[in-house]
Design a protein around this ligand. Sequence first.
Ligand SMILES: *Cc1c(COP(=O)(O)O)cnc(C)c1O
Length: 236
Amino acid sequence: MTASNPASVVPSIHDRFAAVRQRIAQTCVEVRRDPASVILTAVSKTQPSEALEAALATGQRVFGENRVQEAQAHWAERRAALPDLELRLIGPLQTNKAVEAVELFDVIETLDREKLASALAAAMQKTGRRPRVLVQVNTGAEPQKAGVLPADADALIAAARDVHGLTVEGLMCIPPADEAPDPHFKMLGEIAARNGLSVLSMGMSGDYEAAIRSGATHVRVGSALFGERNTPLKPS
Ligand SMILES: *Cc1c(COP(=O)(O)O)cnc(C)c1O
């Protein structure tokens, strides 16, 4: 490999994981939070096998995926050898995939309607597995985006818990791409607080430090760890 080969100047996955973890820790110090209170969810959607292996080699065990089928391809075989693996579904879920999702994932972050709460409860009954659940809130009320509207969040949380018996442990949001994220992070924190929820999944590659300052407990980072999707990095 010559010095002019672009691959030789792209940071490796190993280096990127170290840099992101360092920035998370640094941000926690700045806002006087315990660094252990922020979990890095590595978003491994679209990544090739070598990238997953490189991430695992850094010790990473918490992964986010946005499609059930791709997540099965990535993790179904690997997970047998990885008892501490935690898989989090961060993409929209159709009710007809509820059983497969419940079988694979440890946390489903995208509950956004009562029909899905009901399908998840039935899938849990059927499989005997009980993944924890986050409610996704469409904080920007964007028509094209998944998530319950902020005004309907309290009712969905209550129904998911009390009617369907789900373990709702927190909230997730994806702020509008063209707005400052802070007001959205703040709103998510307020909805969580008034519903007694402790988990806040918010912040991606572009805004995870801001999310940590606003109280995120889980940041979902993809491209900052793995490079731009569809531009594979050298794995180590
Ligand atoms: C893809 C994705 C991410 C990661 O996005 P990056 O900008 O690559 O860090 C986070 N959350 C969700 C819901 C995603 O679909």
